[in-house]
Write a protein that binds this ligand. Sequence first.
Ligand SMILES: [Zn+2]
Length: 459
Amino acid sequence: MSALLPAAAGAQGQAASGGNGAMKTSGTVRVSLATGRVEGRVCIADRPAEVAGAFALNAGLNVARVTDGDGKAVAFDGWYDPGINGEARVYTVSAAPAVLCVEYVGAYPVYPAHDAPDDFKGVMAFNGDSARFAEQSAWLPLPFDNKAKARAGTMAYALDVSCEGCRFLYMNGSAAIIGDHGRFSSATARPPLLFGGKGPITKTANVTILNETVAPAQADALSAAVGQVASYYRDYMGAPVADQPTFLRMVAANQVKRDREGSEWAFATWPTIAMSGSVGRVGATLQAGGQARDGRIAYIAHEMGHYYFGTLARSPGPYFWFMLESTAEFLSIKALRALGGEAAAQRHIAGLAAEVNGHTQPFVALDKITDGASIGGTYRYHYGPLLLLSLERQVGEAKMRAFLRGLLSARNVRTWADLQGVAARAGIDDAAWERWRSTCVADGRRVCQSQDSLGKTGR
Ligand SMILES: [Zn+2]
């Protein structure tokens, strides 16, 4: 998710499921490109207690039956007066079994003329030659926290997928499979995204490009940029980026309208970066250089930052968005400075500062966050990264790097005191932390970073 290529709004909140003891989804899913029919027989094991009593499923899918792992029927509610969470219906199970199995079936409109009234990340989209189900669409039953109104965001999986009419299949976090049937499995928890299509697959040293024919020079430019960011991150974070990104060309179900308006749409579900515009053109922009190249580098670096913050580490609680997005954006600025130079980094920072200055609502100070909803879009993508930059100016690059590495390995950062604990372990002493808090953080003030960054660019 990035400010440069804005993603559709994600689910309101995401329940935690880290790498250890991750929820696991297994079963079969069948799809038909021609009819838009979707059938699932899916079981979910190792649900955390807070999400064990309910699940969210796309509103266009009908639940046929719910059972435990042994085939015994489980009573559920949601036939009538159902709970709603975005594009999903919410079903509750009264006696939550250890393993929850759901059989479901539904059919969706198919838009071979790409003339749908709308398309977004929550749509189970059939455009005639592909099927695209992002995690937001709840195409798999997603265990749901009825109190927090939050879905389980990520899960390990072992799924048997078939797609009538597909030439290839792709599941987020796994290699694409040529054919109309395949088994996908991941022990790492991932946001579930499925794509089946008819287009080509291009593999380079550092990236995979799905569903678009890309000129070799453009594919190489993309691969080189990803390789450079990965190498910078390996040094900075002290751990290699073990995922290679997959760039997915999606033709939106409403592509005709988008083309008429000249609007592009992209979202990232790491390690998938999906875009309605041409992936090859991104490669061409990288080849061409200049400020447009810098923008693409920053975007790619932000998404790759989610390998660390989002994949290796997910921090539940009030600081969720800060820990997910502000960190990734901070890393992307570091990478942009390394790859594109100081001027490119300062232009990017000035852009963040302009967003912050244009935001009329007050920010809840970072040391007073008790509710995840306080960290809205401008906060998480613009203000939060500027706060991290202001901390770096106060403590220096080495301690800041140690702080970022500490955030990565910290479990359960839920309070300001937890953040300070990570800082202390990074060698940032109480006095330095308090100086940062009082000059940059307190009262949600923006002067600290905006003066500095605007001063540097001479505006
Ligand atoms: Zn993001």
